[in-house]
Design a protein around this ligand. Structure first.
Ligand code: GLN
Length: 479
């Protein structure tokens, strides 16, 4: 079996008839068969749909047709993203048997571009968490760091790519859920600007923060997948009409002279010494590439965690009200309507989801709205302003993705606050709506992957990708 497939490699092999899309699909299902029992990256497979798509690609090859850009590329999709006819659970008992009647726009765009959807991946329930341990369907192992969590919430998508069970995958990021598992599993992972990729068909957690984005083994592949999904969708009024650049050709532009801001607030206490050493080595590497690095200030960073957990839980409490045992999903019948609601939610939601519904309902309630939710929105504006001011002076901002390396399974499950605090570097860019990527930046003791995070200005995806690509080519993964 060929290993380390990239999108470019798939393209060449399929066009050159070295492999058929069907064979490539079989190869990936074979690997899933061998590894998934242990890794638990996939919750549901959709072989029939995958092979039908692969056969379509092979027929196009046989006829000598021009192939679309992702022809035959095996892709895994996080289980918070709707797939027509394929069970979509959000890793929750409440949606255990939910089969969406439509595809998310991101998924249909990938399939139109020739991608083969292999199946649905494990995650924290409703994308709430940072370790994939909040799934109702078991934990996912980190293939890059055995015994450790894969990060979260999109841990299954990151693990699927890291274990070569897929060439690329889709995750969702509300406060770090693409970037942090990318960092933990040692692969690049990107969230575009808010509105860059349609949220249609993404099951909502916090609507003003949620975004869909790709994982892959190369930055080039992240660029290719993002490009296919990006762009205005009439089904999502928050998707933007801003033009989509050709990210793949943008990668080739030079990074010499790029001005890079290093925010002092991101290098304070709480950062693991091993992570710090790798990030500092990564910043040195950027300097060697001819980038001009300088210290900047982001004075509202300290308030980001509190702000994020107020806004995200408030929106979640409202979005999750739809799981009432009446419309769809689990229903636990009881004497009255109210007790049916109660029993359904009691049985259907896990502890973390319940905690957030309670917290979110509280911060939105009369008398507390002004003190918490409204205040949170004001601070959010100040955090966005920190970024706007910084981007007057620099082209990109570089930080660690996570203050800690991958931690052991079970190590943090009893301390939700500790888990929340570790989102410190990712939630800022989420609140500000900006694009961010995590790119591999060495391994602590040769074992635990570290991720370097790059933020760009709104709709500056091309420059973020370009810098990440240059960093990767220069050997960022082994600093
Ligand atoms: N870890 C963060 C949370 O628990 C982010 C989750 C996400 O981005 N979906 O909310």
């Amino acid at each position: 079996m060929t290993t380390n497939w990239t999108i470019g490699g798939v393209r060449e092999a399929i066009a050159g008839k070295k492999v058929s899309a069907r064979e490539l699909t079989e190869e990936h299902y074979k690997r899933i068969g061998e590894k998934n029992r242990e890794v638990n990256a996939f919750l549901t497979l959709c072989e029939e749909r995958a092979y039908a798509q692969a056969d379509k690609i092979d027929a196009a090859v046989a006829k000598g047709e021009k192939l679309p850009e992702l022809a035959g590329v095996p892709i895994a999709v996080k289980d918070t993203i709707s797939t027509r006819g394929v069970r979509t659970t959000c890793s929750s008992k409440i949606l255990e048997n939910f089969v969406p009647p439509y595809d998310a726009t991101a998924v249909s765009r990938l399939e139109t571009a020739g991608a083969v959807i292999l199946g649905k991946t494990n995650c924290d329930e409703f994308a709430m968490g940072s370790s994939t341990e909040n799934s109702a369907y078991g934990v996912t192992q980190n293939p890059a760091a055995p015994g450790c969590v894969p990060g979260g919430s999109s841990g299954g998508s990151a693990a699927a790519v890291a274990a070569e069970m897929a060439v690329a995958s889709l995750g969702t990021d509300t406060g770090g859920s693409i970037r942090q598992p990318g960092a933990f599993c040692g692969i690049p992972a990107m969230m575009g600007s808010y509105g860059r990729v349609s949220r249609y068909g993404l099951i909502a957690f916090a609507s003003s923060l949620d975004r869909i984005g790709p994982f892959a083994r190369k930055v080039e592949d992240v660029a290719a997948v993002l490009k296919v999904m990006a762009g205005r969708d009439p089904n999502d009024s928050t998707s933007t009409t801003a033009p989509v650049e050709d990210y793949s050709s943008e990668l080739k532009k030079p990074v010499k002279g790029m001005r890079i801001g290093i925010p002092r607030e991101y290098f304070g206490q709480g950062m693991d010494a091993g992570v710090r050493a790798k990030i500092e080595a990564g910043i040195d590497l950027l300097g060697k590439l001819g980038c001009e690095t300088r210290e900047i200030r982001m004075p509202h960073t300290d308030y980001a965690i509190a702000t994020y957990y107020i806004i995200a839980t408030a929106e979640a409490s409202s979005n999750l009200a739809r799981y009432d045992g009446v419309r769809y999903g689990l229903r636990v019948e009881n004497d009255t309507l109210v007790s049916t609601y109660r029993k359904t939610r009691g049985a259907g939601f896990g502890a973390e989801v319940k905690r957030r519904i309670v917290l979110g309902t509280y911060v939105l309630s009369a008398g507390y709205y002004d003190a918490y939710y409204l205040k949170g929105q004001k601070v959010r504006a100040l955090i966005a302003q920190d970024f706007r001011e910084a981007f007057q002076k620099v082209d990109a901002i570089v930080t660690p993705t996570s203050p800690v390396p991958p931690f052991k399974l079970g190590e943090r499950t009893n301390d939700p606050l500790q888990m929340y605090l570790a989102d410190i570097y990712t939630v800022t860019g989420s609140l500000a709506g900006l694009p961010g990527i995590s790119v591999p930046c060495g391994k602590i003791a040769g074992k635990l992957p570290v991720g370097l995070q790059i933020f760009g200005p709104a709709f500056g995806e091309a420059q973020v990708l370009r810098l990440a690509h240059a960093f990767e080519l220069a050997g960022g993964a082994t600093v």
